[in-house]
Design a protein. Structure first.
Length: 288
């Protein structure tokens, strides 16, 4: 059973890389072609990478270890939280605090503080405090919840990390590498795939692309705990709107066999790209 279809990848705009001038030469082996100043990612290699990452996540979960989803950029926050909660795993989608892995004992103290304030809310402690003290505690709780809510129940280091945008999450990647924790990451054409255990070449800026990758990893977690199997994504039906950089695939697209796929679909798709679609995605997503 296929983990994902070529049609889903094309519809999500996974094949669109960054402008040629923004590329990282170490991504050369994952680039299929250049069209109108934009690098086109080889989806044959993307499919192979997804399968390897999928199997790796399944093995980690089957061994009893957890998965930590990491994606703090605006386009990734909703998908990271939604899919991590769906597969009952942990996530960081607001801000990566330095030392979340390498200094986990200190992070656990902050988590304990968050839980203590939550207990104070329900055990009647607040009734003996002044309004100013209550307001201060609630403000502290909101801040802790925002940064640590996704790992509140994580009692030990994760078995594997799933990262969206290795450039933005450089600290998380560095900490995982230092501790020897495997990393599954989406690597765009401006990223460095070296040091990533399971790099998945693909668009890490488009909302639908991020949602598709995150859903696939979450499905791997779910299937690892479901012996009867799980029907994996064949078409992406997310509530998010497609961004301007994504292009629509042929309605008659069929599932591609990795062994026989030669990249023709990517070539045809690239030839259909209009100049108006090829916008500066970095400028768009860097705007506040």
């Amino acid at each position: 059973m296929a983990v994902v279809t070529m049609k889903s990848l094309l519809e999500a705009g996974v094949h669109f890389g960054h402008q040629v001038k923004r590329w990282d030469p170490r991504m050369k082996k994952y680039i299929f072609a250049e069209r109108n100043g934009i690098h086109i990612i080889d989806l044959q290699k993307t499919i192979q990478a997804i399968k390897e990452a999928y199997d790796a996540v399944q093995k980690v979960v089957a061994s009893g270890k957890s998965v930590l989803f990491v994606g703090t950029k605006k386009q990734a926050q909703a998908a990271i939280q939604k899919e991590a909660e769906r597969c009952e795993q942990f996530y960081v989608n607001n801000r990566w605090l330095g030392g979340m892995l390498t200094n986990f004992s200190t992070i656990k103290k902050s988590i304990q503080r968050l839980k203590k304030i939550e207990r104070m809310e329900v055990d009647g402690t607040f009734s003996s405090l002044t309004k100013k003290e209550i307001a201060s505690l609630l403000k502290e709780k909101a801040k802790l919840e925002k940064n640590l809510g996704g790992i509140k129940e994580m009692n030990s280091l994760p078995g594997i990390l799933f990262v969206v945008d290795t450039r933005k999450e450089a600290i998380a990647v560095a900490e995982a590498q230092r501790l020897g924790i495997p990393i599954v990451a989406i690597v765009d054409t401006n990223c460095n795939p070296e040091g990533i255990t399971y790099p998945i070449p693909g668009n890490d800026d488009a909302i639908r692309s991020i949602s598709l990758f995150t859903q696939i990893i979450a499905n791997a977690v779910v299937e690892a705990g479901a012996p009867e199997g799980l029907k994996i994504v064949e078409s992406q039906e997310e509530e998010f709107e497609m961004t301007e950089m994504t292009s629509r695939a042929d309605e008659d697209a069929v599932e591609i066999d990795v062994a026989t796929y030669k990249g023709d679909d990517v070539r045809e798709e690239a030839e259909d790209i209009e100049d108006s679609v090829l916008i500066d995605e970095d400028r768009i997503y860097d705007e506040k």
